[in-house]
Design a binder for this molecule. Structure first.
Ligand SMILES: Nc1nc2c(ncn2[C@@H]2O[C@H](COP(=O)(O)OP(=O)(O)OP(=O)(O)O)[C@@H](O)[C@H]2O)c(=O)[nH]1
Length: 577
């Protein structure tokens, strides 16, 4: 390690981590060395790099068969790293360890979760590793077709830095276990060459061991032993538990078939020494079988019987283990199916719920729409009612007003005057009725035209209005004759107002179309104080006074009170004519 640091400059931690991971299977001794180097770099590592190192440590623990320690680290990564790639890789290693430590049910349940996550896995290396472990687990459960499919999937998307060695080797192991290989199958030799070229000695050796095993099956022990002896040094320099175990077993079987009993015994005992005493596996079973045959052949009955008993125990254990794997796979599949059904049921319920919610939302929306529609209709109705009312009022107003001058027309003036006098009579209030009649108006029309006559009428109203209070009633009684009802007014006050109007008319000629037209008005006045509150009487008296004003020379105001009794009678007589 010292030499490494002294000679080569240290690559960045991130590069070192990637490099170390890539050596996991191809050069495990170097992997371990780099792992040590990485541990010295811990103080300089980021949190994410520490999680990556923890994953490599977990892999190393798992490689050494320390599954408990590996599981603690892997679960820590899954629960706390927050890195989805590392979490998936850790799950895959954990699944593999569970399979190796015979926790098949948990392994297959984890496998189901990983399979479900496969479509989401973006990182190609992670996907490659997951597929590798899945294939391995399914092979152990006798699910050869599925295992082969996953191996082929691996080949479809090789990540950068990977060759087809691993998927090819996995496929060959599947074919071997499902008895689809012979020692001459071309793919076997191709696989060996691919893995040799890829620099994967451990995997290459595992394929050589398949070839050796096939020679034995084909009753060619000489070829098998020669091959095994040839690859033995390589396996010793790249130690791997399974390769070591199977090299020794196949040698034991080969020697036995060749009749080299001592070497067969020695190799079989080596198998027992490699495995743990309480292991149950195919290799131990077959090693005990070899030992049994050897001892039996040499008449060592006691030893033979003992080995035979262990052989039987291993065989039962092995068969139990095989059925445990198959059963665990079936159970996991059933769970997955049940979960799938439950998920489908839930998703159906969810879609029902969503539909109901959508329906409820639509109902609310429709309700809101109706309310809005109703409000719009209501607003329109109110608007049209308002317009109708306004035009009604307008027409009503129009019907009350004189079209030319805009003051009350005859009918409305009379009815308003009657109503007002009625009220005044009750509270004993006074009023004056003033009748105004323009003098020689016919001449104005004849001289200047009817339109100018109209203008004179409007001018008269405008002048008079300026001298009236807002509550006085002012109306056009017809032609060029106007009526005014002055409230709270004595005969004297009435005469004064009437004269102010007359003076204003006389002194305010109309200037129109370049012509100045002078005109005057005669005014008759009646008061409630002398005539009472009866409108008819008041009108008659005001009219008599007006008649008098016209009669005695026009452009003057005559109050009914000014008329002598004789005049009153005369005037009344004239009015009657
Ligand atoms: N321009 C115009 N003339 C009108 C209107 N209503 C009535 N007249 C005219 O007013 C004139 C009234 O004439 P007379 O009743 O003879 O009264 P006068 O000419 O004013 O004479 P005296 O009242 O006796 O001074 C008529 O020629 C009507 O045609 C109107 O709305 N516009």
């Amino acid at each position: 390690m010292q030499t490494l640091r002294a000679v080569t400059p240290q690559p960045p931690i991130a590069t070192l981590l990637v490099q170390t991971e890539s050596l996991r299977t191809s050069n495990h001794p170097q992997f371990q060395r780099l792992l040590e180097v990485l541990h010295q770099q811990i103080p300089r590592m980021s949190a994410h790099e520490r999680w990556q190192l923890r994953y490599l440590d977990a892999y190393q623990a798992s490689f050494e068969g320390d599954y408990a320690n590996a599981e603690t680290m892997l679960r820590d990564i899954i629960d706390h790293s927050g890195d989805s790639i590392l979490m998936t890789k850790a799950s895959a290693v954990l699944m593999n360890d569970m399979g190796s430590s015979k926790r098949y049910t948990e392994a297959f349940e984890l496998a189901n979760r990983l399979v479900a996550d496969l479509p989401k896995m973006q990182d190609q290396l992670t996907r490659f590793q997951v597929l590798f472990y899945l294939s391995q687990l399914l092979k152990s459960a006798g699910q050869y077709d599925l295992a082969a499919n996953y191996a082929r999937d691996m080949m479809q998307m090789l990540p950068a830095g990977e060759t087809s060695c691993k998927p090819q080797a996995m496929l060959l192991h599947v074919f071997h276990e499902s008895h689809q290989l012979t020692s001459t199958t071309p793919e076997l030799q191709q696989g060996i060459e691919i893995c040799q070229n890829a620099g994967e000695p451990v995997i290459t050796d595992s394929l050589w061991l398949i070839k050796g095993s096939l020679y034995l099956d084909e009753e060619r022990p000489d070829k098998a032993v020669a091959l095994l002896q040839h690859i033995a040094p390589g396996i010793r320099s790249n130690p791997n538990y399974y390769n070591t175990l199977y090299l020794r077993l196949k040698l034991a079987q080969g020697y036995w078939k060749l009749g080299e009993d001592d070497q067969a015994r020695e190799a079989a005992l080596d198998v027992l020494a490699t495995a743990s005493p309480d292991d149950v596996n195919e290799a131990l079973r077959d090693a005990y079988e070899v030992l049994y045959h050897v001892e039996k052949k040499h008449g060592n009955v006691t030893a033979a019987l003992s080995y035979y008993e262990r052989y039987v125990a291993q065989n039962i254990g092995y068969l139990n283990d095989v059925s445990a794997r198959t059963l665990a796979y079936d159970v996991a599949q059933q769970h997955m199916l049940a979960q799938k059904l439950e998920t489908e049921k839930l998703s159906k319920q969810n879609s029902m719920l969503r539909l109901q919610q959508a329906l409820a939302a639509k109902t609310i929306e429709t309700g809101r729409l109706y309310i809005v529609l109703l409000l719009v209709v209501l607003a329109s109705v109110i608007y049209w009612l308002f317009r109708l009312k306004r035009s009604q009022l307008h027409f009503k107003q129009q019907a009350r007003l004189d079209g030319l001058t805009g003051i009350f027309n005859h009918q409305h003036f009379i009815s308003e005057a009657r109503r007002a006098l009625h009220l005044l009579e009750r509270k004993q209030g006074s009023a004056c009725l003033v009748f105004i009649d323009l003098d020689y108006f016919k001449q104005i029309n004849d001289t200047h035209g009817h339109a100018i006559g109209d203008a004179v009428l409007k001018h008269t109203v405008a002048i008079s209005k300026q001298l009236l209070r807002t509550n006085d009633l002012f109306g056009r009684l017809g032609g060029e004759e106007f009526g005014i009802l002055l409230f709270e007014c004595s005969p004297g006050q009435g005469a004064a107002i009437a004269d102010r109007i007359r003076t204003a008319i006389e002194s305010t000629p109309i200037n129109i179309e370049g012509r100045v037209i002078m005109f005057s008005a005669s005014i008759g006045l009646a008061s409630t104080q002398t005539s009472g509150h009866d409108l008819q009487r008041l009108c008659r008296d005001a009219d008599a006074a007006l008649y008098r004003a016209k009669h005695i020379g026009r452009n003057r105001v005559i109050a009914h009170t000014e008329l002598g009794e004789h005049t009153k009678v005369l005037d009344a007589g004239n009015m009657g004519q």
